[in-house]
Design a protein around this ligand. Structure first.
Ligand SMILES: Nc1ncnc2c1ncn2[C@@H]1O[C@H](COP(=O)(O)OP(=O)(O)OP(=O)(O)O)[C@@H](O)[C@H]1O
Length: 296
């Protein structure tokens, strides 16, 4: 569905932050990008949504080239992003914040109303707090409303930048359940997540980035259970699955085709309510063994 081919990108006159990224998200998958701070994970989402231009390489969704499209055109192709930072207008009502997500379809009042009704059904907090200022919501409620706003365009591909950031375990479980149900409903999801255990628990596929490059891809189970991942990102804890996938089944190439992953990923229900705190990716990158992750 979504393909990035040898993408380089950077900010201003600076050097390349992304240094030849290849990535593929098959339809109806949930792909989670993990990696140390500064690896370029959020930058990947920015080039997909058009907030940052690729310098070289290409991005496409199916047959549609996205590489040089403006962000509003990319939105119109069904790609929406929930940014990492607080994205709601605190002084506006929850309803108005959500309606902003339907800006592109604002002239079709019927469609706008139908989409809003669908969002209310899916995300109850939107109806429960419709008239409240968004600034009065908790962090978890805000995240739900941010996702609700993206759903106004009924996206084919939902990009989520660190959906777990700052959330308490209960809110986190709610967001995880929502992501899973959106995916069950047919939405393809690409997320960046610092909480490796949660992210790979939710995902069907995993991508490890380091230094602006993709170092490892595979099914979420393969990436999660890879011996290097256990020591780097999960604080050295032994993987739940006894036999780790060997390098042959974990590649630096595109994530495999849609379908059942080699080992079924944990659903959001089994996403840890109190996720074990993983070793910070930053500390992983400082480790001399970090380079061993690379199968590139
Ligand atoms: N707006 C910007 N202007 C200049 N440099 C930026 C900008 N945003 C990010 N960078 C730089 O690009 C690099 C990659 O940043 P990015 O946010 O993509 O990393 P990340 O993997 O998402 O990290 P984190 O987990 O800390 O969010 C970093 O060195 C960062 O300083």
């Amino acid at each position: 569905m979504l393909t990035l081919n040898d993408v380089t990108a950077g900010y201003g006159n600076g050097g390349n932050v992304l240094q030849g990224v290849d990535l593929h998200c098959a339809e109806r998958t949930v792909t989670c990008i993990v990696g140390p701070n500064g690896a370029g994970k959020s930058t990947v989402l920015k080039v997909i949504s058009g907030l940052l231009r690729c310098r070289t390489g290409s991005i496409s969704m199916g047959d549609v080239p996205l590489t040089s499209l403006a962000p509003d055109r990319i939105l119109a192709h069904g790609i929406t992003q929930v940014p990492q930072s607080q994205a709601l207008f605190p002084g506006m009502s929850v309803r108005d914040n959500v309606m902003l997500g339907g800006y592109l379809i604002r002239r079709d009042r019927k469609l706008l109303a139908a989409r809003y009704a669908a969002v209310l059904e899916r995300i109850p907090i939107v109806s429960e707090r419709a008239s409240d200022h968004a600034g009065n919501l908790s962090g978890g409620q805000r995240r739900m409303v941010e996702i609700a706003r993206c759903l106004m365009l009924d996206p084919k591909l939902l990009l989520l930048d660190e959906p777990s950031l700052g959330l308490d375990p209960r809110s986190l479980a709610g967001v995880a359940t929502l992501i899973k149900s959106l995916n069950d409903g047919g939405t393809t999801v690409l997320l960046v997540e610092q909480n490796v255990r949660l992210g790979l628990g939710l995902a069907t596929h995993g991508v490890v980035m380091e230094g602006g490059k993709v170092r490892l891809t595979g099914t979420a189970a393969e990436v999660r259970d890879h011996p290097e991942m256990a020591s780097l990102y999960l604080g050295g804890s032994a993987p739940a699955t006894p036999a780790p996938a060997g390098p042959a089944s974990v590649s630096a190439g595109p994530a495999s085709a849609p379908g059942t992953p080699a080992s079924a990923p944990a659903g959001p229900g089994s996403a840890p309510a109190t996720p074990a705190t993983p070793a910070t990716p930053g500390s992983a990158s400082a480790s001399p063994t970090a380079k061993g992750v690379s199968n590139a």
